[in-house]
Design a binder for this molecule. Structure first.
Ligand SMILES: [Fe+2]
Length: 233
């Protein structure tokens, strides 16, 4: 993806988030030069992988296959071993009409996907086989405390206010329903490390290669190491 495209998505997303009354934390608005001046007090932002995360999954067409994410809070995988560890995470996502997030599951992360407003979110579901294929068995998920059963590869639709709990190793693929508008999607989950926890059914790139045609407006999570002096201990 070109940096100019990422900057444009950031600007558009900030407008949508404001319209939906979902406000981002202060570090969302720091510039690259702000980051250069930050000290060790900000180290959690890097260690917990917080912040901007915009990807086209290597498709080259963000509007068709892509996702806007911002990690609002998270722990670290090592927290899972500590009985007082920060073992939860929260993300906010923006999903456009017909914009696909490709089929994937998480090895460790259980996640609640929540429609926080706007359009409708369609999610296609499959159980996985022990060899990480798509199972043919029916899928049962809990939607706001109510168990729902769909056939393998069947869909559920989350309207504003509705949510679903997706357990580990349950394949899912989602997009915004055509004609209903852009969707603000929340995610409340176990602690998350996107570098190791995602199994995509088809090979995709979780983080995009970036062509630096202009300066970054705000840093993506993967940019911190280049601008933040405390990134290397
Ligand atoms: Fe997921």
């Amino acid at each position: 993806m070109k940096r100019s495209e990422i900057n444009a998505i950031m600007r558009k997303s900030l407008k949508f988030l404001q319209q939906m009354h979902f406000l981002l934390p202060p570090f969302a608005h720091w510039s690259p030069s702000d980051w250069k001046r930050k000290g060790p007090e900000c180290r959690d932002i890097l260690d917990q992988q917080l912040g901007w995360d915009i990807t086209d999954f290597g498709s080259g067409d963000f509007d068709k296959i892509g996702l806007f994410l911002f990690t609002v809070r998270n722990g670290q995988m090592k927290d899972l071993k500590d009985k007082n560890g920060k073992i939860y995470a929260e993300k906010i996502m923006i999903v456009q009409e017909n914009q696909i997030t490709p089929t994937h599951f998480h090895f460790q992360k259980m996640e609640d996907i929540i429609n926080r407003g706007g359009g409708n979110l369609v999610i296609r579901l499959w159980n996985s086989t022990p060899k990480e294929g798509l199972a043919k068995t029916p899928v049962t998920v809990a939607m706001d405390g109510v168990k729902v059963k769909v056939k393998a590869g069947g869909t559920i639709t989350l309207k504003p206010g509705e949510s679903v709990c997706l357990p580990q190793r349950l394949y899912h693929r989602f997009w915004g329903q055509a004609g209903k508008g852009t969707v603000l999607v929340g995610e409340v989950s176990r602690v998350n490390d996107d570098h190791v926890d995602n199994r995509f059914f088809d090979p995709v790139g979780r983080f995009p290669e970036i062509v630096e045609d202009v300066a970054p407006l705000h840093l993506l999570y993967n940019d911190y190491a280049r601008y933040y002096g405390c990134a290397r201990r």
